[in-house]
Design a protein around this ligand. Structure first.
Ligand code: DER
Length: 221
């Protein structure tokens, strides 16, 4: 599909940011899957010392192509983090978590020097929030956090049948136009029982590569 081709274009452009001999961070999702597959296709596996992954799914895919999957507690700071997004605004602030891996994605992004976000054009928005904002929550706090999120003016909905790699649930917050991403990230972070919110505002992407059927666009902060 054109969207899939666009994701592959963005993923291919991200290969240029790989620093040989370095450990890189790898996110989760279909765009990242193209990135991992292209590392193998373009015979770059030998250039990569190892990778820290944000999900079991990406770990498995990295192992399949022969990239050593490392523990973030053994690696120190990473050179780059490559991941997709559900939405990106002009300031490269993101909504992430569509794939339920937001907490580990945010951890690996925090530990990386440069966050290279890869996406197709459908992810670019002026104002974040059309995509429901994922919030990872400790199970016993689910109802309490739901009530607190409701006070923020949104419509919280439990993501059915999903338990994250960390054993938590996800509440998706619908219907909030996020005009002040930094403030909302801080507010939701402070609700007791919230583990992580899929709003990357304090730590936005450093580079956004947007793929499309007629080439790529690279946006830097
Ligand atoms: O869940 C996530 O944050 C993923 O990065 C996701 O948002 C990207 O999904 P896609 O690459 O399959 O569009």
């Amino acid at each position: 599909s054109p969207q899939d081709l666009a994701k592959r274009q963005a993923a291919e452009a991200a290969l240029a940011y790989i620093e040989p001999g370095e450990v890189l961070g790898v996110g989760t999702g279909s765009t990242v899957n193209h990135f991992i597959d292209l590392i193998a296709e373009k015979r770059l596996v030998a250039d990569i010392k190892g990778a820290v992954s944000s999900s079991n799914a990406s770990s498995e895919r990295l192992k399949q192509i022969g990239v050593p999957v490392l523990d973030l507690n053994q690696t120190g700071e990473l050179s780059i983090y490559v991941d997709g997004a559900d939405e990106a605004n002009p300031a490269l602030q993101l909504i992430k978590g569509g794939g339920a891996a937001l907490t580990r994605e945010k951890i690996v992004a925090a530990a990386s020097r440069k966050f290279v976000c890869i996406a197709d054009r459908s992810k670019q928005v002026d104002v974040l929030g059309k995509f429901p904002l994922p919030v990872e929550v400790i199970p016993m706090a689910q109802s309490y956090v739901g009530r607190e999120l409701f006070k923020l003016g949104g419509k919280p909905k439990l993501r059915d049948g999903v338990i994250t790699d960390n054993g938590n649930v996800i509440i998706d917050l619908h219907g909030v136009a996020i005009t002040d991403p930094l403030a909302l990230e801080t507010t939701i972070n402070q609700i007791t029982g919230v583990v992580c919110v899929g709003l990357f505002a304090r730590r936005p992407a450093d580079v956004l590569i947007v793929g499309s059927t007629d080439g790529i666009q690279t946006i830097t902060r």
